[in-house]
Design a binder for this molecule. Structure first.
Ligand code: ATP
Length: 248
């Protein structure tokens, strides 16, 4: 049997008595595109925080490629291959887009290289390649502040790719993006993931996006996984319809 890329085993977390993870078990295979859905406050973001080391569980383990990462620092986990893109893009808005990308490349390579003229050229080339992966090469010189939300989301994804991750965690990639732009953003994301051979997990509230793009959907409820399977089956489950989709 092949080792899953990510494995969560019996994760437990409580905040002031509220169980944000109440025995989470989940495996993600290499190459999967997995959606996490669930009501507000059910523990989806907490799970991403556990995988990236931002919070530590009271009990349980997270394994990357069979090796425990649960108690490692977030930057160590990032270096081992887990990157993250946020619901609110994490950009330096007073900087040009290309500068944001060059900083991300420099952070991976070792920041001091960025100040040597020769290395600056390599950083710039890699930054442009990352921008072209998500179709943003034409706005590279623009200030990040001037970009619409959909393009900022793509820029944040390009920054996550700068880490050369094996697993990308995305918190609501389509939130704040107009209905018209949503599918375009997802198409670009899917192409970039395939091209870079990156496995991904995304938290999503838009069921049309989940149905159209996810290979598998995992449903969270009160800090637990309540359903797990193919979108066309899970999204028809009456319990899921009632608890998550809001249709009785
Ligand atoms: N740092 C924290 N301190 C205190 N309580 C927290 C913290 N993080 C999460 N919680 C609580 O843990 C529970 C799970 O929150 P979490 O953000 O993981 O849910 P979620 O499913 O991502 O919700 P949403 O869909 O609204 O983003 C909630 O009751 C939340 O208030």
């Amino acid at each position: 049997m092949t080792t899953p890329l990510l494995k969560a085993e019996n994760l437990q977390v409580a905040f002031a008595g509220v169980k944000a993870a109440d025995g989470v078990n989940l495996e993600i295979a290499e190459g999967e595109f997995l959606a996490i859905i669930g009501p507000n406050g059910s523990g989806k973001t907490t799970f991403l925080n556990l995988c990236t080391g931002y919070i530590r569980p009271l009990a349980g383990e997270v394994f990357l490629d069979g090796r425990p990462i649960t108690r490692l620092a977030p930057r160590t986990i990032a270096r081992q291959g887990i990157a993250r893109a946020f619901q609110i893009p994490q950009l330096f808005t007073d900087q040009r887009l290309i500068d944001n990308l060059m900083l991300a490349v420099a952070a991976r390579r070792g920041i001091w290289d960025a100040f040597r003229p020769l290395d600056r050229r390599t950083h710039r080339d890699e930054a442009m390649q990352l921008l072209s992966m998500v179709g943003l090469e034409d706005v590279a010189e623009q200030s990040a502040a001037t970009l619409p939300e959909g393009l900022r989301k793509l820029a944040d994804i390009a920054i996550a790719f700068a880490l050369k991750p094996r697993l990308l965690l995305l918190d609501e990639p389509t939130s704040g993006v107009s209905a018209i732009e949503r599918f375009g953003l997802m198409e670009t994301l899917m192409t970039a993931l395939r091209q870079a051979r990156v496995t991904a997990l995304f938290v999503e509230h838009d069921m049309e996006v989940v149905e159209r793009y996810a290979d598998r959907v995992v449903v969270w409820d009160q800090g637990r996984v309540m359903a797990d399977g193919k979108p066309d089956i899970v999204l028809k489950d009456p319990r899921v319809l009632q608890n998550v989709v809001g249709v009785a």
